[in-house]
Ligand binder design. Structure first.
Ligand code: 3HC
Length: 708
């Protein structure tokens, strides 16, 4: 985390007739660290002493009611009042408490709000229990309170996905009681609370719709969980789908256990189970990995030499190429509100590409992730042309044409002639030399790479490739645009394949070598899915199509003996019904014919096949990647190990609960990784496996991977 200093936290109390307003200001996001919890506890005590106070409103800042527990405190010892204790005090408070939510109410922040007796929200508020994305579960009553407010099914979905919802959905779910549209949000919340003052035994002063005499605690609201409580097994059934999709199976299973206990037993039994499981998860290596990623992702937003304020606003974008990538990038831009011109060479290709974009939008409407009105509006932002002259108004162009250096150079020369001299020119190349492409433009300072991942409208990662001449303003503009698209832009340097694909190639070479030495595709893939990847390298290759790599290798004069032999046999992967595996539709199975081909190629190469264990497979696939990561750091292609981790988790499905390749090396020990690489280098004669300084330097290495 950065060292930005923020003003001292405050929980200010102001009194408005019978209503006390507590305003929490603990920048940047009202995280509930030890001092903030104490401030809130003190404020409640102070108000409790005032007989005249008949209701309390608790609010935060415009940005955050509260982003939850202070993540930086996890892993240390808790001092002072705990969050569950604070939540208990709030729900047992003698007069009704209203949580007034503007900005985010997340994790412990939402738990605090749920412990209040009612909730009002600004129309733009965001609510959720995202703990699972940190490898933990809600730890201050959330697994018990959320089902009581929104029902079991929605609670299971929200807790297991970590999904955040807006105010409208929160009202529909019953999580928020009223939306306050006023410009003076806190004032409106106070007025709302005053309008619902409970009837008092004595003479009452103007309470138009009195609330109950004693506030109802969320834990006592059982109507929405009555069915699930009466039918044991309901939660297990509701959770079976989300559990399969869960990115962190450990945290997901713990969450299900806590929710089940809180519904099928009593609230308190649930709270006890929740606390135990929360503490267990917080201390787990999986949670440490995801905390690392949380910090690493935020660090990627601060690359060296980036002056975010110099970013230029993009009013009009353009995309060259209406293929899968071009269409996806255009859709991502249009979805973020940026008008896009799509350029193609032939009308037929343009029509086909735009029709595909329209189909993608229609599918998302049928899935409910967009309304048809939104889809129409977004599609209307995309216009097609065959004429480069139409690019005169573009502030930024993303080239997503065929992956061939000459094709790209030709396009950039045309862009140079047809765009404004200050327009940013980005190439979506996944391997090629961005500096060679930039050299075709009079001002290479306006050129850089923006490497999107397919499908570009879905995948979060963008490698922003800084060329040797890219200006700071060009870089800042691309990064800002990436963030505007809701993506995670990571700045990298120029080399073949940049960070992600360069490391993928290293893994691919080892995977091929393992086949030649004795392993089979199913065995290799199982080891990686066992580690937590959604797919192994061979299933992935079959899905992408083996012919693309084959064609590239043929043109570059390189080989991958097994893949080449499969292609020669017409086995291009899923699309031809066979590749490394056999396919019945999408159903994959091991194929004896593949085995025969592999054994034949091994024999041709004079290799005696041997049994290869899972441990060796895992080490041979992962450790060379770490080694390559070390080279990447030493060359300054990536700034920090965490950048590499973010790239692999967001772009290549590295399991988040394993933190990324460089984090994984730290977790098992860099020295251990180095030792195993030496062993494999000697056993295989592959000298590229010799460990680099990032792994071996006795005094450690600096942030760039150079020995200290
Ligand atoms: N604890 C500590 N610091 C936090 C934090 C938290 N819960 N949430 C955000 N921050 C910090 C960030 O690290 C960042 O610090 P930096 O400026 O030093 O880099 C700063 O606040 C601003 O955050 P962002 O850069 O992410 O700002 P955004 O505006 O993009 O996003 C946000 C704000 C939506 C709040 C986002 O930060 C976020 O999603 N935070 C995490 C929320 C979360 O997961 N809460 C659950 C915590 S676990 C919990 O509550 C357990 C409980 O059940 C017991």
């Amino acid at each position: 985390m950065s060292t930005t200093t923020h003003p001292t936290p405050q929980a200010a109390i102001t009194v408005h007739g019978p209503v006390a307003l507590i305003t929490l200001e603990a920048p940047p996001v009202n995280a509930l660290g030890q001092s903030v919890r104490q401030l809130l506890a003190n404020a409640l005590e102070e108000i409790r002493a005032h007989q005249a106070i008949r209701a309390v409103v608790l609010t935060g800042t415009d940005r955050a009611f509260s982003a939850g527990a202070d993540i930086t405190e996890f892993g240390g010892t808790t001092t002072g009042i705990t969050l569950p204790e604070l939540v208990d005090r709030l729900e047992d408070f003698p007069v009704p408490v209203t949580a007034a939510i503007a900005g985010v109410a997340l994790g412990g922040g939402l738990e605090l709000a749920m412990a209040a007796h009612s909730r009002v929200a600004h129309p733009d508020a965001t609510l959720g229990l995202p703990e699972i994305t940190l490898g933990i579960i809600p730890g201050a009553g959330g697994t018990g309170m959320l089902p009581r407010l929104v029902g079991a099914e929605r609670a299971v979905d929200m807790i297991l996905s970590g999904r955040r919802i807006g105010t409208t959905t929160a009202v529909e779910y019953g999580l928020v009681d009223a939306v306050l549209h006023s410009g003076d949000f806190a004032g409106a919340a106070v007025a709302w609370a005053a309008s619902r003052l409970p009837a008092t035994p004595g003479p009452t002063e103007g309470a138009p719709t009195p609330g109950p005499a004693t506030p109802t605690r969320t834990r006592d609201r059982t109507e929405k969980i009555a069915d699930a409580a009466a039918r044991p097994g309901t939660i297990a059934k509701l959770a079976s789908g989300p559990l399969r999709k869960a990115k962190d199976p450990y945290a997901a299973r713990a969450a299900v256990e806590a929710i089940t206990a809180g519904i099928e037993e009593e609230f308190d039994a649930g709270a006890t189970a929740e606390r135990r499981l929360f503490l267990e998860r917080v201390a787990s290596p999986e949670a440490a990995a995801q905390r690392h990623l949380f910090a690493a992702e935020r660090a990627t937003r601060k690359p060296a030499g980036l002056d975010a304020t110099s970013a230029r606003d993009i009013g009009q974008a353009a995309v060259i190429g209406a293929g899968t990538m071009g269409g996806g990038i255009a859709l991502a831009l249009a979805t973020a509100g940026v008008p896009v011109i799509v350029v193609e060479t032939r009308q037929e290709a343009l029509d086909h590409g735009l029709a595909q974009v329209r189909r993608n939008l229609d599918v998302s409407v049928s899935h409910g992730s967009r309304t048809s009105g939104q889809a129409d509006e977004q599609f209307a932002r995309i216009t097609g042309t065959l004429d480069y002259a139409d690019l005169a108004a573009a502030d930024l162009v993303v080239e997503a044409a065929f992956e061939d250096l000459d094709v790209k150079k030709d396009i950039f020369a045309r862009l140079d002639a047809n765009t404004r001299p200050d327009a940013v020119l980005a190439t979506n190349t996944s391997y090629l030399d961005v500096d060679a492409i930039a050299a075709t433009v009079a001002d290479p300072g306006r050129v850089l790479g923006m490497h999107f991942f397919s499908p570009a409208n879905v995948m979060e990662l963008v490698e922003v490739v800084r060329g040797a001449r890219t200006t700071p303003q060009t870089l800042a503009t691309a990064v800002a645009l990436g963030r505007r698209l809701g993506k995670c832009p990571v700045v990298v340097g120029v080399c073949h394949g940049f960070v992600g694909n360069r490391m993928l190639e290293v893994r691919g070479r080892q995977a091929e070598a393992l086949l030649l030495e004795g392993a089979l595709p199913g065995q290799v893939d199982d080891v990686l899915t066992g580690f937590g990847f959604r797919m192994g390298p061979f299933a992935m290759a079959d899905m992408a199509g083996l012919d693309i790599g084959w064609r590239n290798r043929t043109s570059q004069g390189t080989t991958a003996p097994v893949s080449d032999a499969l292609c020669e046999a017409g086995r291009f992967g899923q699309k031809t019904g066979s590749g490394f595996f056999a396919y019945d539709g999408r159903e994959r199975s091991d194929d004896p014919e593949t085995t025969r081909i592999i054994e034949r190629v091994s024999a041709e190469q004079g290799i005696d096949r041997r049994d290869i264990g899972s441990e060796e497979i895992l080490e041979r696939l992962l450790y060379p990647m770490v080694n390559e990561g070390g080279r990447i750091l030493a060359e300054g292609i990536a700034e920090r190990p965490g950048d590499i981790d973010v790239i692999w988790v967001k772009g290549y499905n590295w399991p988040a609960y394993r933190g990324g390749p460089m984090f994984h090396a730290e977790a098992v020990g860099r020295g251990h990784v180095a030792e195993r690489l030496v062993h494999h280098a000697e056993a295989t004669g592959d000298e590229t496996l010799r460990p680099v300084a990032w792994l071996t330097a006795p005094g450690g290495v600096d942030g760039a991977g150079a020995p200290r």
